[in-house]
Design a binder for this molecule. Structure first.
Ligand code: BEZ
Length: 196
């Protein structure tokens, strides 16, 4: 799959003639909603887990030293908590460009806390995209996140903001909190050595 997924996403016209649609955020979209929205509500999607398996060459890393950001990995019986935004279809255009580094629009049912559900969209980076890094030992992933950074800022800030946002939503997720713990540890070690 092409590294720039903007054109592929423009072909996904499912909601183009709707007045509004639900967009599900599970990564930076939970804590960084720098786009117009009509309403936002916590929501879950079923059958997916959040994993820091996607490379970031354009936001939280560089082509030479990519960072790691979240994508969704299919897992039977799992559920992923995030934030759903009700937006107009035009709002997707700049997001397609912002998230062009391998993320494709995916249709998914969203489940809200009041028991209602709705069809929505999320951005998904699958294993066949050029920026996908996949699984690695937690320590290796944490070290990579601790040192990477790009035009959107340090990679560790992305992880630590996400950890805080999930705590605000009332969840602690082992994959995220364990990475965050190791990133803090790495930072303390580096400070003690006068490296960073
Ligand atoms: C998210 O927060 O859901 C997200 C943000 C950027 C790319 C893909 C997903």
């Amino acid at each position: 799959m092409a590294l720039d997924t903007t054109a592929l996403n423009r072909r996904m016209t499912h909601f183009d003639d709707h007045d509004d649609l639900w967009l599900f955020g599970y990564g930076s979209l939970i804590w960084k909603a720098d786009f117009p929205f009509l309403e936002r509500r916590p929501a879950r999607i079923h059958g997916w887990v959040r994993r820091f398996w996607q490379g970031s060459h354009d936001h939280r890393g560089t082509p030479e030293a990519p960072g790691r950001v979240a994508t969704l990995i299919a897992e039977e019986g799992a559920a992923c908590l995030g934030m759903a935004y009700r937006i107009t279809p035009e709002t997707l255009r700049p997001l397609d460009v912002r998230e062009k580094n391998g993320y494709l629009r995916e249709l998914t049912p969203l489940h809200f806390e009041d028991g209602t559900s709705a069809m929505g969209l999320t951005y998904l980076a699958t294993a066949d995209n050029a920026a996908f890094l996949g699984e690695a030992p937690l320590d290796d992933m944490a070290r990579q996140i601790a040192v990477a950074g790009g035009p959107s800022g340090p990679n560790r800030d992305y992880l630590l903001h996400l950890e805080a946002a999930l705590a605000e939503l009332g969840v602690t997720e082992e994959h995220v909190s364990e990475l965050a713990r190791r990133v803090r540890e790495h930072r303390n070690d580096a400070t003690a050595l006068g490296v960073q």
